[in-house]
Design a protein around this ligand. Structure first.
Ligand code: FES
Length: 308
């Protein structure tokens, strides 16, 4: 297999973006500011952060919200095109009103998508962080063009309003390319948990190696599992964090949860469900039993995505 990178205009543009190292202080400062804002909000800030990640949804919220501006602004583009062609049409004023409504809806959706995207982006690094920064910059530019378009329309300058909206749509398409790249190339927002499962019960660790509240990593037939003894029970979850693949065995046990050492996602030891993001997808959960001094595990049929 070749490791050559794809070529073409879009790929070249992305490579130029990735080389802009002077952006690092800006990116780090913005990530710190976003993180500090949520922390300053205490429990409410954590609830808002979980909401914006999509922890309650079992899926990142950002891509869901992006459909609103894309759909609304595409609708406005069609109505604008009809408006520009049908100068004598009797229903022209209806087309204009619907185009304006669609632009307002898109602006509201874009603000929501931006908040969710920024919340997710604060935990990225490397080229994903740079691509995400460029994606956000283009989206902000598109949003500004649509706000300007709406202002022009409200003043009766419909031609200028249509031009600004057209420019905004072009910027939106470029930004959408980067958004797709974040998912398909950088694997942001996808499930990083290892979803393989041992066939039946399989040995994980010696029971004597488990100490109260201390996570232990085990390799069970190629499946990475973290085991925790707590209050007389032995819990076992997938060891690779569903958010970005962090090693849960190096995390802390707090109350009935294990905390990922990379970005602080909390998963319930009981069943692997997400208690706090940025993760949105549960950890695989395993049944445990002790035989001949060894802890054995097997995947719970109903755990995590196995139930899907
Ligand atoms: S890798 Fe990000 S919270 Fe675990």
């Amino acid at each position: 297999m070749s490791d050559a990178r794809p070529s073409g205009f879009a790929e070249s543009a992305v490579q130029v973006i990735e080389r802009q190292e002077w952006l690092v202080p800006l990116e780090e400062g913005l990530q710190r500011a976003v993180s500090a804002a949520f922390q300053a909000g205490g429990a409410a800030g954590r609830a808002v952060k979980n909401f914006l990640h999509g922890t309650w949804l079992g899926h990142p919220l950002h891509p869901v919200l992006t459909d609103v501006p894309i759909g609304a602004w595409t609708t406005a583009l069609v109505f604008d095109a009809l408006d520009a062609r049908g100068r004598r049409w009797p229903w022209r004023s209806v087309l204009q009103r619907r185009a304006d409504d669609a632009i307002v809806l898109g602006i509201v959706g874009a603000v929501g998508a931006a908040l969710a995207g920024l919340t997710d982006w604060q935990h990225t690094g490397g080229t994903a962080r740079r691509t995400g920064f460029a994606h956000a910059t283009l989206n902000t530019l598109a949003l500004g063009l649509y706000v300007g378009s709406l202002a022009m329309r409200r003043r009766g300058a419909r031609r200028a309003g249509r031009s600004l909206a057209g420019a905004g749509f072009g910027v939106l398409l470029a930004s959408a390319y980067l958004g797709g790249r974040l998912v398909y190339r950088e694997h942001i927002g996808v499930d990083h948990a290892q979803r393989d499962e041992p066939n039946g019960f399989a040995r994980a660790v010696r029971e004597a190696d488990l100490r109260e509240g201390q996570p232990v990593r085990a390799d069970v037939g190629g499946v990475r599992v973290v085991l925790v003894r707590r209050h007389g029970r032995i819990h076992a979850l997938g060891e690779t964090c569903s958010h970005l693949g962090g090693p849960l065995a190096e995390g802390e046990v707090q109350d009935g949860a294990i905390v990922c050492p990379w970005h602080g996602s909390r998963f319930a030891l009981e069943d692997g469900r997400v208690l706090d993001g940025p993760a949105t997808m549960p950890q695989p959960c395993f049944e445990t039993r002790v035989r001949d001094g060894f802890v054995e595990v097997r995947r719970r049929p109903e755990s995590g995505l196995a139930a899907a």
